[in-house]
Design a protein around this ligand. Structure first.
Ligand code: GLN
Length: 189
């Protein structure tokens, strides 16, 4: 199984290590021609959504990545990756990939609570450690998007078909269950 990891900016190495520790092969996606390969899944990491979104555009990759997702290649977006997949961003006029029926708020926890950790339940995964770094949360889901986790009244994980998003960073913990869940989505396809 080969997972393409978008390596334009942000916490991509941690995703690659975690996926490889679970037996998946990973490939770095750094430029348009890297997308010509076939992938069983795609990871869009955390970082700065404005930077990753701009680079996707500048490198002429937005439509290709969107097309892969729309053709059903399973995708896992963490934090900035969640923002990039959203069809609506409450406090940003941009829509980047816009493939998932979620409305999100960037930097939703304000300065004081910008970064925090907790343990909470994620549906289908269990009780897991969650690390939030200047995180967004999901204000609402629509269509076939399903809420997988709520922390303090805010939606922090969701799934719509073959798209999975978390506002937190499972790749920065040593708990591999969210990545196992994603690999399970690929196997079940
Ligand atoms: N604050 C970042 C953004 O708005 C997301 C932070 C993260 O990915 N850890 O894109």
């Amino acid at each position: 199984m080969r997972i393409g990891v978008l390596c334009l900016q942000g916490a991509f190495i941690e995703h690659m290590r975690m996926l490889e520790s679970l037996g998946a092969q990973t490939s770095e996606i750094r430029q348009k021609r890297d997308l010509s390969r076939s992938f069983d899944g795609l990871v869009i990491p955390g970082g700065e959504s404005t930077v990753i979104g701009k680079l996707l555009g500048d490198l002429d990759m937005t439509a290709d990545v969107r097309g892969m997702i729309e053709s059903g290649v399973p995708v896992f977006g963490t934090c900035a990756g969640l923002i990039l997949l959203a069809k609506h961003i409450a406090n940003d006029p941009h829509v980047y990939l816009g493939t998932m029926d979620i409305s999100v708020r960037r930097n939703a926890y304000g300065r004081q609570l910008g970064s925090f950790a907790c343990t909470a339940e994620m549906k289908g995964v269990g009780n897991i450690p969650m690390t939030f770094i200047r995180a967004p949360y999901i204000e609402s889901v629509s269509g076939s998007a399903e809420v997988l986790s709520v922390v303090d009244g805010n939606i922090v994980a969701a799934r719509q078909g073959s798209q999975l998003v978390t506002a937190f960073h499972p790749e920065l913990t040593d708990d591999t269950r969210v990545h196992e869940y994603f690999l399970g989505m690929i196997k079940d396809k």
